[in-house]
Design a protein. Sequence first.
Length: 337
Amino acid sequence: MLDTAGIEKITGQKRLAAEQEEGNEEPKRSREDEAEEEWMLRRLANFRLDWTETWSDHFGDVEKRTEAPPMRFSQDPVPSYAKLEDALQIFSVSVLELKGTMCWPIDVFGFIATRDSLHRNRNYIFERTRDECQTLTAEHSSLVLTGPCRAILLDDPIAIEVELRVKGTRPSEDKVLSAQIFEYNCITWIGKAGSLLKDMAPDLRCTLEFRYAHLQMALEAAIKVWISEGLTDFYGKFVARTASIDENVTLLDSRDGMVSVSDDGLVEFSRDVVFVEGRDGHGKLIVGVQARQSGDDEASSVCKEVTFVPARSGESHGIFDVGFCKMSIVVAWSLLF
């Protein structure tokens, strides 16, 4: 039989051994984290090296953003080479699940960009610096997209480049959330054109969901909304969709904040360029708003929609009347390259 002193001695030794083991765990996890991040980032580094060897002579630095502008042919005369083209409409990108040591909420920064055959530099759909990261929760895990700035052409397969990070208490504690490169093969998946598509992009620390559509014979539409009468202080969500696909592109969602309005009454959207089928006049663009005054609950929101028939150039006009204000809608149209 062991005496009390012996029990205390053995217990103390076990406790000390456990504490030493716990103390050794953190550096081990850190080394594993570093190895994991190195592996994730190596994939991007290899892609960027290949890209540089192939395209840098024509398109410059691998980090350069696209210089091809949107809405090139919105005014007459429209050149003969401007035409309808197949384009990719990206509706949303969401973080569906977190893996490993990641847990909600997370403050996300970094970028997602596409590269197409028109101009192989980055066409950003999400871009945030560390100082302006977006907070995601399990309930609200969709990234606020700010692009693309112009049509993503589908003449050839496109590349989608992802480098997202989670902000820590200091830069040294930031973690890679997702670092990957993949493609959408518009040739292989041409049979799915005109329908809503969902793709999962799994990574070591999260899974991303992309919701998108391959639009055939499309053109660009740039949407602007001005407050023409009434109140400018309200909550609102502005969306756009094509009549053929029941899925919205979010132009702006103020959520719990007021809609941002410039001094001249322009509603400041997160993104304002969308794409619409234009062949044979069958395409339609539907622009919608859900708005409520300050102090009102969501049940009192006013919802309005205006439908536009695409034109090969020029502008179309409409009005939102939500009671407490009127908004003028201007849609500019442009053929593609």
